[in-house]
Design a binder for this molecule. Structure first.
Ligand code: MN
Length: 129
């Protein structure tokens, strides 16, 4: 099993935070700063999990999730997607799930929650003995 995670996020501070947190656990992070680049990166690489910001500068995260789920690359129909919503409003979470995301977490990003949610789908390289 691979350990490649794609993070689709336009905020550089969040990108840096998540990159450090996941690389410290042995994951490899691929980065996309907007929705369209995120979809094309997912289609062009072997990815094991996607972290998806909802507020993006071009297409929003809901549309990204729908495009991934209907991609011509079959693996993207099943790849785990964790939505990261800007607020905890119930409607946002339900929209993310109905767009095809598996779970959601809210900002600000809590590193321990992030590790736990990622590891539920992709065991960390350094803790898999
Ligand atoms: Mn954003």
């Amino acid at each position: 099993m691979g350990h490649n995670i794609l993070y689709i996020e336009d905020n550089p501070d969040n990108m840096m935070l998540v990159k450090r947190a996941l690389e410290s656990r042995g994951y490899k992070l691929l980065e996309a700063a907007n929705g369209l680049n995120g979809v094309s990166t997912a289609e062009a690489n072997e990815i094991d999990l996607i972290l998806l910001d909802i507020n993006l500068p071009d297409i929003d995260g809901y549309e990204v999730a729908r495009r991934l789920r209907t991609s011509t690359k079959p693996a993207l129909a099943y790849i785990p997607i964790i939505a990261i919503t800007a607020n905890a409003l119930k409607g946002d979470a339900e929209k993310a799930l109905s767009a095809g995301c598996d779970v959601y977490m809210s900002k600000p990003i809590n590193i321990r929650e992030l590790w736990a949610r990622v590891e539920a789908f992709v065991p960390a390289p350094e803790s898999s003995t």
